[in-house]
Design a protein around this ligand. Structure first.
Ligand code: SAH
Length: 363
């Protein structure tokens, strides 16, 4: 039994079952043993791979998106670019390199990385050591300057803890993690029902509420309404709020049991885009999309970028570029990244159409 499992077991033994949200929080962000606190989870040797790690094209196109969106937002000085949960810093490095060609943006660019993991901050510093732009780190969106900002968030919201509720014949109960007779973690329901939840659903149905993500969206959307700028969210998830459990654990690129090996697997859930959109609209912001990642990247010109890279590449490299293009944009199956991943932006009301959202529904 690892140290975090022992610690969580003793919390449950003393205080009783804990919410799924608290369990996820402990597994992901415990200061000593939390999953993100202790390691670099990305890449072939890690547990999962993300779009910027698949191809440089992803970060490059987002860098150009940021520059164009900044211009559409009135080119505020300085050009502030923020990334939430930047992983290894690959997206930011590719974005800054690509943005060099947009001189007015690049020359006044100040980048901020919002990251809680000391291990990943170190990786980001190393990755971005040669960038000739001012960079700083914050560990909370609340600490971002009150100023117009372009914010990028790829696979950030899926990494935040969620609450779960289970429908029973008496009503909805918060889903908890407790201990079985033999000391293993088990799911259960809180003894009391939640009086404010009255959605119709069959018994046993589960709903997830991303309260932490919603709070972050409120904060950022409120800032955007007040000061301008834009937020771009790219993540896997669903367009409509619905019942269903999406909590998943990944270890070494395979699904694992979310209740075992606490702190050693990546725990995520699918992002409720409708919930995030409601949070943004509730403070008066405008929501663009969501559109599929495949649609978004094609609109930004990923096919032309892939052709340009392939022309300067060896035959083997050209094959890798074609594979990466397919992986990022294919929409054939529901689990293909081009379809499962969605892209949504938030701006002030009355903002012009943003790159990548041309025929996407705008609300
Ligand atoms: N965006 C990167 C990494 C995704 S992994 C990529 O696409 O490759 C999730 C990232 O979010 C990690 O960097 C993790 O440390 C960070 N993170 C998780 N919870 C966070 C929080 N509450 N505040 C800031 N960063 C967080």
């Amino acid at each position: 039994m690892n140290a975090l499992t022992q610690e969580i077991a003793s919390i449950i033994a003393q205080e009783g079952p804990i919410s799924v949200e608290r369990y996820m929080q402990l597994c992901l962000a415990h200061p000593q043993h939390g999953y993100y606190m202790t390691r670099d989870p990305l890449g072939a040797a890690g547990d999962f791979i993300t779009s910027p790690e698949i191809s440089q094209m992803f970060g490059e196109l987002l860098g150009l998106w940021a520059a164009e969106t900044w211009a559409l937002c009135g080119a505020p000085q300085p050009a502030r670019l923020v990334e939430l949960g930047p992983g290894r810093g690959t997206l930011m490095a590719d974005a800054l390199r690509a943005a060099r060609v947009v001189k007015p943006f690049y020359e006044s660019l100040q980048a901020t990385l919002v990251e809680t993991s000391p291990a990943l901050i170190e990786a980001q510093r190393a990755m971005l050591a040669d960038m000739q732009r001012p960079l700083d780190w914050k560990n909370n969106v609340e600490d971002l300057p009150h100023a117009p900002t372009i914010v990028l968030a790829n696979e950030f919201f899926d990494a935040l803890p969620v609450r779960q509720y289970v429908k029973t014949s008496q009503g909805w109960r918060e889903r908890q993690v407790g201990l079985s007779g033999d000391g293993a973690f088990v799911f259960g329901g809180a003894p009391q029902v939640e009086p404010y939840l009255n959605a119709e659903a069959p018994d046993g149905a589960i709903i997830e509420v991303g309260a932490i993500g919603q709070r972050i969206m409120y904060t950022l959307a409120t800032r955007i309404v007040q000061y301008g700028g834009a937020l771009l969210v790219i993540d896997y998830g669903h367009e409509a709020t619905s019942t269903g459990e999406t909590l998943q654990a990944m270890r070494a690129h395979r699904y694992a049991d979310p209740l075992s090996e606490a702190g050693e697997c990546d725990l995520t859930t699918h992002v409720d885009f409708a919930g995030l959109a409601r949070a943004a609209k509730s403070v008066g912001a405008q929501v663009h999309g969501p559109v599929s990642q495949g649609f978004f990247l094609r609109q930004l010109g990923i096919e032309r970028r892939a052709d340009a890279l392939a022309r300067q590449a060896s035959a083997d490299q050209a094959k890798d570029i074609a594979t990466a293009l397919h992986r990022l944009t294919d929409e054939t199956q529901p689990t293909d990244m081009g379809r499962l991943f969605r892209v949504m932006a938030v701006t002030r009301k009355g903002a012009p159409q943003l790159p990548g959202f041309a025929t996407g529904a705008s609300a």
